[in-house]
Design a protein around this ligand. Structure first.
Ligand code: BG6
Length: 301
């Protein structure tokens, strides 16, 4: 990254000390957002929200101390954008898990300071020769985030092709918690789910979720908002959503986290993913010219 690239970004999209583009870890370009309500950082690599912290609170998002910050690799933590498929590619295991946009470089398309001192930033990625090799469709994908005392993220998919396509997607949020043994996840009581750590068996959620071992569940047909109650930090994180009928809850636990180079020792205890998703029966079909918005708002109550 050159200084002139940063200068250009700051000149065109910078907003005083509310939005500054700088060099982040691994030399990635990072947008530092700061206003009277909160602060956040967003990497152009992956269109990836790396951090979010409402004023006078501990970070709401978790970021691994061992994350890769390398071209072609996804950042571990924050809110990775998974698109246009979720988890493994449905037919080709050689293609990257969770799609290709989380490890690609996005560009900035808009920035704005709102009347209530909130800050808005919009990033964009579109088809290219590289993406067409992985997925033969023309598209535009935008990540529109607004930082106030809550963080609102919209992932807007547009079919710019002349034929329809199907796309899955996720705002794969990693939350910062005091300890996995201190939390309860509420909102998914009575929902059907696919249990990926029990041979994909279909089950029904009995009560609130407490995570006591490796957990990888796809909750189906749910538009419910979720709350993570954290008795250790004495706070509640809420996750509300639109344009999604799927929620994924994930914690790799000790063995799986140990196999992942980008998890620090014991760090699995300080995180849980509650993901706003379009997957499985909720994959989106987009006709030419049509748009779908997957939206998630997170904050503390
Ligand atoms: C979750 C999936 O969304 O992401 C898990 O349900 C997966 O199966 C996890 O292990 C992390 O994926 P990755 O590709 O970031 O290691």
């Amino acid at each position: 990254m050159s200084n002139s690239e940063l200068e250009k970004l700051n000149k065109k999209y910078g907003i005083g000390d509310q939005l500054i583009f700088s060099e982040g870890p691994g030399g990635f370009i990072v947008a530092e957002m700061r206003n009277p309500h909160a602060e956040a950082t967003v990497a152009l690599h992956g269109g990836h929200i790396m951090s979010f912290r409402p004023r006078d609170h501990e970070p709401v998002l978790w970021l691994s101390s061992n994350s890769h910050f390398k071209t072609g690799k996804a950042i571990r933590g924050g809110i990775p954008v998974c698109w246009p498929w979720f988890a493994d590619h449905p037919t080709d295991q050689d293609k990257p898990a969770h799609g290709f946009v989380r490890a690609a470089v996005w560009s900035v398309s808009e920035s704005e300071k709102l009347e209530d001192e909130s800050t808005r930033l919009k990033l964009l990625i579109a088809d290219s020769e590289e993406t067409i090799k992985l997925w033969p469709h023309r598209f535009r994908l935008e990540m529109d985030c607004t930082l106030s005392d809550v963080l609102r993220v919209k992932l807007i998919s547009t079919n710019t092709d002349n034929k329809p396509f199907m796309c899955a997607g996720a705002l794969h949020s990693y939350f910062n918690i005091s300890s996995i043994s201190n939390i309860l996840i509420k909102g998914l009581e009575g929902c059907r789910y696919i249990d990926k750590v029990d041979q994909g068996r279909r089950k029904i959620q009995d009560g609130a979720i407490s995570v006591k071992s490796e957990t990888d569940r796809i909750y189906l047909d749910t538009k419910a908002d979720c709350i993570i109650e954290d008795s250790g930090m004495q706070r509640r994180i809420f996750i509300s959503k639109n344009g999604s009928r799927t929620t994924v809850v994930w914690n790799p636990w000790i063995d799986k986290a140990g196999e992942m180079q980008d998890f620090g020792d014991g760090e699995y205890k300080g995180m849980v993913c509650v993901e706003t998703v379009n997957a499985d029966t909720d994959v989106i079909s987009l006709a030419p010219g049509n748009t779908h918005t997957l939206e998630s708002t997170i904050g503390l109550i």
